[in-house]
Write a protein that binds this ligand. Sequence first.
Ligand SMILES: [Zn+2]
Length: 288
Amino acid sequence: MKPIPLSKAPIDAAQRKAIKPVLCYPVETLPRPDIGAYRAVREGLKHVRTVVVPARDAATFTVPAGSFFRIVSTEGPQVGDLNLFNQHDLSERFYTGKTRALNGTHLGVGDQLFSSFPSLRPMATITHDTLDWYGFDEFGGSVHDVIGTRCDPYTHNLLSGGGQYHHCCHSNLTRALSASTGLALHDAEPHVHDVLNVFMCTGFTRDTGQYFMKASPVQPGDYLEFFAEIDLLGCLSACPGGDCSAEHSSDTAKCYPLLVEIYEAAQRPEGWVAPVVSGYDRTHGVGV
Ligand SMILES: [Zn+2]
């Protein structure tokens, strides 16, 4: 809850508050993918591999550039926390903050997941979403957000007065990344980053601006589909919050596995070119 204001409102407060907002990043200047060309390729997809993400745990997977992958709900409603890396360079990873600034709080078909500086390029493009009917509900909630971070044992420890819980998404992602890269646990941990909350239904309360969650509308068979713009290493955690209707960071919620299905495409989307890293010269004005 926000405290009662200490400062007196100025006489023109109403006028100032009535100023209409403008979008921070005009979408006209953001290069958008030709989603029709991506979707045309979906017809010939060939399933090549399935990775099972156990409940309250995480798993890694690789997807070559030009292939597709789906995160699939199976057995019961379950939220997934997704990290993405350049398969050949862990320092290039999914950048939720900039992806949010460019696309909005929740992602859907046609949105691209951008990588960290200095690359800032699309890593993946969302090509299908069986939950796209949901839109925004009356509470301002929607699915697939880039506003939460990931449940983690540090925040849990802070809020629970010293609790130790080891199956938060942060720990699940850390263990899985460590196991697949061979990095020691504490060397893998700093690579874990803010996630795309797949299937999670979230928003900010209108009155206090607080982050909220509610039961995910996902049902077995629902999936979110991506096109890999670059060679990807993905890491997905099946959140201990299950459908995130009540709580996370405990073993209370009913949890289910998630599937990651990898698909080969017979051809590349028409006009597609592999994204190159940012053209900024990185001098930051020094010596210019
Ligand atoms: Zn989680």
